[in-house]
Write a new protein. Structure first.
Length: 76
């Protein structure tokens, strides 16, 4: 696909997504598969992948963890 911002080519890569959950949790999800624009650096994440990230975050939201890093995993 083409970059939505500059129409440049996008390469497969990974990105890191920081999430604030509520007022007191900060979770950073690493190694999330993404398409990264070679020209402007815009990052695009496909919706099935975002859904998996959200399900990982759901589990964290119910735990006592307030700050930390998660690795993205296929089997979420
Ligand atoms: Zn771009």
């Amino acid at each position: 696909m083409k970059c939505p911002s500059c129409r440049g080519g996008m390469d497969k890569g990974t990105t890191t997504l920081p999430y604030e959950l509520g007022r007191d949790k900060l979770i950073v999800v690493r190694d999330v598969p993404a398409l990264v624009c070679a020209q402007c650096g815009e990052v695009f994440i496909e919706s099935p992948i975002l859904k998996k990230v959200e399900s990982l975050l759901d589990a964290v939201e119910k735990s006592v963890m307030t700050f930390g890093f998660l690795e993205y995993r296929e089997a979420a």
